[in-house]
Ligand binder design. Structure first.
Ligand code: FEO
Ligand code: CA
Ligand code: CA
Ligand code: CA
Length: 624
């Protein structure tokens, strides 16, 4: 009934078999090469990566960081051969980073090691260009830059400038140093990058007795020691401006002039970066809530209507959130060059909601505002005195209004034409008889995870939803393998997601490391990326998963990574001729003497997380 409808596209590659090698695997007719492995210099201030781990903190400040995750390609002048690739550096492998792993001297981490670790985190902006079929970093480009866990950033939105975030570094609460645990990502309609702060709570130390910890720190799992012991370098003779002391947020830890108790309140946000302006300051958008942010998708744009931004909180039994802008979308804003001012317009004022999935394929967005009524009949404003206090305590506020506890919400993405939103629920081995199940998280001991999707009803807080696919191994019983997956598309622990503009959904998996690979899929294949062309939720029958035994062959495995690595981050050129993805925490890859990502490592190498560039050998559009 639509004469202009494009010919439906079809996936035109053979689904890959399982693979467990120290190499990447792509379908016949495709190539894959390594780009920007950790420690790759962005300019001449950094020395080349040293395979004995001897690079300095200064080298790292001018090189790509570690543990690549979310990513986006920003074309220069619309180009599919030259652009800015922005990559998250989520966390670090201390054993690979230092020559012989992390050290302690008299119970303290050496200052240089801590600075190196801080600089290995954050975000990289890489100017990249294709020549002779190969993408490379344009070294010394003015666009190349690093954001680390020490780079000064602005705070914006309701928490900015409040007592919650006043520190010796920023007495007026307008700034903080660094972003941390940048896992999933988003991007905006006005050309900026969004980087999600996920497991930042664990870099801080608070030795206060558990009973006296602020409620939000208890809820976030803040402990008495930091994950890497950065706080132990406090007092080093070389310390400048509390650069290490700030990780000890115990109120009694420091003198009155060095009271860092509020440092942690400036973490846990969605952070906006303008990659096109090398002098721009990254800005933390506090209005979008404070939790273990993963990914950030925006709703299908409609001129004159608000925009919704969706973000999962990746921890067991945590929630799904939505921020709805107060400003309505003006398409002219897509072309402005003062991009962070556009961000100020949309991302500083609006309403934060949390999702409740009802039992019948219908859900409701519950506002986290002062007037919201909680499960016990009180208003949220009676528990938290201000909107900034609600944001600092986002998880507690969501508990109070009765949100639905989920099986670890990871990435969100939006279908380019029908506007359905997809969310990965990676797994939850603690969903058991005592926690119970709910309609949106229906399997006990959910070690395989699933993907859910929804569609907001306009002018309403209601949404409709269904379950898209259940992770499972091919041999599992029908109650586990509800989508009828086979050897060629069995998957577990879905995490990264990408939609390209043609409507192909790319699904990536992360089965963890070191004993975390606790399901039968991870024991028979390495982590992977699959592709599928979904129908619209409006066309769903509402019975059973969308991917089922009769149509499962349309879900195809496109990529398998090397041993132990997760596959994450999706970016694509406008002409679909290049896909970028990230291989995070491999155990013995890439091989030293080649950039061909499909060559298996021989012997043992110092492993490097890397971007992998995938192209068709004939230069054509990928996947079709
Ligand atoms: Fe860093 Fe939720 O994965
Ligand atoms: Ca993730
Ligand atoms: Ca994950
Ligand atoms: Ca990861």
């Amino acid at each position: 009934d639509d004469d202009n409808a494009a010919t439906p596209i079809k996936l035109a590659f053979d689904s890959l078999p399982n693979s467990m090698t120290d190499a990447c695997v792509v379908p016949a007719g495709y190539t894959a090469h390594v780009l920007g492995a950790w420690g790759t210099p962005l300019n001449d201030k950094a020395r080349a990566w040293d395979k004995d781990g001897k690079n300095t903190s200064e080298d790292l400040l001018h090189s790509t960081g570690m543990h690549h995750d979310g990513m986006h390609y920003f074309p220069l002048n619309g180009s599919s051969t030259e652009g800015l690739l922005v990559v998250n550096h989520e966390y670090i492998d201390e054993n690979a980073l230092h020559p012989n792993g992390p050290t302690l001297l008299n119970g303290k981490r050496p200052a240089e090691e801590v600075r190196k670790e801080i600089n290995a985190h954050g975000v990289a902006v890489m100017h990249i260009r294709k020549s002779n079929g190969r993408w490379d970093i344009v070294k010394n480009s003015q666009y190349n830059r690093r954001f680390t866990s020490a780079t000064p950033m602005n705070l914006a939105g309701p928490v900015a400038g409040t007592d919650w975030v006043k520190t010796p570094f920023s007495p007026n609460g307008s700034q903080v140093r660094g972003t941390n645990n940048n896992c999933g990502n988003g991007y905006t309609p006005w050309g900026t990058y969004l980087t999600a702060e996920e497991n930042w709570a664990f870099i801080f130390a608070n030795t206060t007795a558990a009973a006296e910890l602020p409620a939000h720190q208890t809820r976030l799992g803040v402990g008495a020691t930091g994950r890497y012991g950065w706080e132990t370098a406090a007092g080093d003779a070389s310390e400048v401006g509390g650069e290490f002391s700030r990780f000890n947020i115990t109120p009694s830890a420091n003198s009155a002039t060095q009271d860092w108790r509020n440092e942690i309140n400036a973490f846990g946000y969605m952070v906006e970066i303008d990659p096109y302006n090398p002098n721009s300051v990254a800005t933390k958008r506090t209005a979008l809530g404070r939790f273990a942010h993963e990914g950030c998708a925006y709703s299908k744009l409609e001129a004159g209507k608000p925009i919704a931004f969706y973000s999962g909180d990746d921890s067991r039994f945590e929630y799904l959130y939505r921020f709805v802008t107060e400003a309505v979308w003006d398409p002219a804003d897509a072309n402005r060059t003062d991009r962070l001012a556009v961000g100020d317009k949309y991302l500083n004022r609006g309403t934060l909601y949390v999702a409740r999935f009802s039992e019948d394929g219908v859900g409701e967005w519950l506002p986290l505002t002062l007037d919201s009524v909680g499960k016990d009949g009180r208003k949220l404003g009676e528990v938290y005195g201000s909107i900034e206090e609600i944001i600092i305590n986002t998880r507690g506020a969501a508990d109070f209004v009765g949100a639905t506890p989920m099986d670890r919400p990871e990435w969100t993405v939006t279908h380019p034409t029908n506007g359905d939103i997809y969310l990965t629920l990676t797994n939850n081995s603690r969903r058991n008889a005592s926690t119970g199940t709910n309609a949106a998280n229906p399997r006990l001991n959910n070690v395989n995870g699933h993907i859910i999707r929804w569609h907001d009803e306009s002018n309403s807080t209601r949404f409709r939803w269904d379950i898209f696919v259940y992770g499972s191994d091919a041999a599992a019983d029908a109650d586990t393998n509800r989508s009828g997956l086979t050897e060629f598309n069995q998957l577990a622990s879905p995490d990264g997601l990408g939609f390209d503009e043609r409507g192909i959904l790319w699904i990536q998996t992360d089965n963890g490391i070191d004993g975390g690979r606790n399901n039968a899929v991870a024991q028979s294949t390495n982590d992977q990326m699959l592709a599928v062309i979904p129908n619209a939720l409006a066309d769903s029958t509402g019975t059973g998963p969308v991917i089922n035994a009769s149509n499962q062959a349309e879900l195809k495995r496109f990529f398998v990574g090397p041993n132990e690595a997760e596959i994450t981050g999706f970016a694509c050129t406008p002409d679909y001729s290049t896909i970028f993805l990230n291989v995070q925490h491999p155990s013995n890859w890439p091989a030293y003497d080649t950039s061909d990502a499909t060559v298996a490592t021989s012997g043992t190498v110092r492993p490097r997380s890397s971007t992998v560039v995938i192209q068709r050998a004939d230069g054509g559009p990928i996947g079709v």
